[in-house]
Design a protein around this ligand. Structure first.
Ligand code: HMG
Length: 385
């Protein structure tokens, strides 16, 4: 039985900051951000949005009433959780109007979480082929204003509907994975912003990629020419480019050129959003599917997932007939966002760091269908408009 991704939805806020303007405000050559980091725009998440509302927006783009009836498991991957005990999946299930007799939990392993969700969903479907699993990867990346990590912030959510006989990508059996206790990026309890050893994290990412990709190749016998595209977790798009360059180093020119061409399609959306941690690899998948001019059913995609701390996995999937018809197109929504100035971004950023027990947010000016209106007596107040 084939199991995999039947539908993909994505949502971010309708605000962004321009990376040239951010570079100028930080006294940095804009090409450092545009080329050196590989980011053109960065999503700005207002306080009336969090991982729950972003996930609700992403999921509502793909779920029909029948899907909602068949979802038995919600796996909400995030490292930007809104509560230490109650899962974001519980809030989300209510906001989406899912039935009550489901399992709904939150998963965490930095940016790797959504891949864990996808592989666990596969197991669930193998045992329960009639059911569907909703996997979410939702995060808000925060390093702090004026930090080296600042140009690699962003935020948003990806929703994956995992089913038997999927219509987009069937997961293949083989995968290779690796976990090591590493201090490259972490966020201690009580911290709203991540701590990071930036250069070290980028080096560990590349080491993990090489190790799991080579293990995957040894296990399967597959070579570069067997992949129509390679996809990467994209904390900033230059990171994926560095990994791709390692993969294609010494490869036949035609294969290297083809994979590099596909990589440009795969980083188009990420370049305009920034890091959404758990969702980044899957935003890149969506970007490839919606922007590539050469993908065909039956082709194999290779996916590298990395989460600091650290865990990496390389796995693959086969594009299904008619996958194009399952895509809803996200380019127009990204283009229609409103640009905020650097000063407005800084003000929204600071407002989003609140730990207040009682507060109202300016949700009336938030165009999203799902908003966080405020916090009352430490209880989050969500609204589906
Ligand atoms: P930095 O020190 O500000 O930047 O930090 P830099 O000086 O290394 O410059 C970056 C690149 O820009 C360099 O290219 C420069 O040469 C180039 P590279 O050597 O890397 O190829 N550059 C220019 N290019 C063109 N024109 C110019 C110019 N000037 C410089 N004028 C760093 C960069 C990424 C370290 C920082 O932003 C950071 O710490 N980011 C956060 C950490 C991160 O994203 N790590 C990635 C791997 S870990 C991961 O992926 C997991 C994660 O998503 C979290 C999770 O798992 O939950 C982060």
């Amino acid at each position: 039985m084939k199991i995999g991704i039947d539908k993909i939805g994505f949502a971010t806020s309708n605000l962004y900051v321009d990376m040239t303007e951010l570079a100028e405000a930080r006294n940095v050559d804009p090409n450092k951000y545009l080329i050196g980091i590989g980011q053109s725009k960065m999503a700005v998440i207002p306080p009336s949005q969090d991982v729950v509302t972003l996930a609700a927006s992403a999921a509502s783009k793909i779920l029909t009433a029948d899907d909602k009836d068949q979802v038995e498991l919600v796996l909400f991957a995030t490292e930007s959780g809104v509560d230490n005990s109650k899962s974001a999946a519980a809030y989300l299930s209510e906001l989406l109007g899912l039935k009550a007799n489901i399992r709904a939990i939150e998963l965490k392993q930095a940016c790797y979480g959504a891949t864990a969700g996808l592989q666990l969903a596969k197991g669930h479907i193998a045992l329960n082929p009639q059911s569907k699993v909703l996997v979410i990867g939702a995060d808000i990346a925060r390093y702090g204003l004026n930090t080296p990590g600042e140009p690699t912030q962003g935020g948003g959510a990806v929703a994956l509907l995992v089913t038997a006989n999927p219509r987009i990508l069937a997961l293949e059996e083989d995968a290779s994975y690796l976990t090591k206790d590493i201090m490259d990026f972490w966020r201690p309890l009580g911290h709203m912003e991540a701590l990071v050893d930036g250069k070290y994290s980028s080096n560990v990412y590349l080491d993990f990629f090489q190790e799991v990709f080579s293990a995957y190749q040894s296990k399967t016998g597959l070579q570069l020419q067997d992949f129509a595209a390679l996809l990467f977790h994209l904390p900033y798009t230059k990171m994926g480019l560095k990994a791709l360059r390692l993969a294609i180093g010494g490869a036949d020119d035609q294969i290297a050129t083809h994979l590099s061409h596909e990589f440009e399609a795969a980083r188009s959306y990420n370049r305009q959003v920034g890091n959404l941690y758990t969702g980044s690899l899957y935003l890149s998948l969506l970007s490839l599917l919606e922007n590539s001019d050469s993908l065909r059913a039956g082709q194999r995609l290779g996916l590298f997932s990395y989460g600091s701390g650290a865990e990496g996995e390389f796995y693959s999937g086969i594009l299904q007939p008619g996958f194009e018809r399952m895509l809803c197109g996200h380019a127009a929504a990204l283009k229609a966002r409103t640009k905020v100035s650097v000063a407005e971004y800084e003000q929204l950023y600071k407002a989003g760091l609140t730990l207040a027990a009682d507060i109202d947010f300016d949700w009336q000016n938030d165009a999203s269908a799902y908003v966080l209106t405020g916090i009352k007596a430490n209880q989050r107040q969500y609204l589906a408009k």
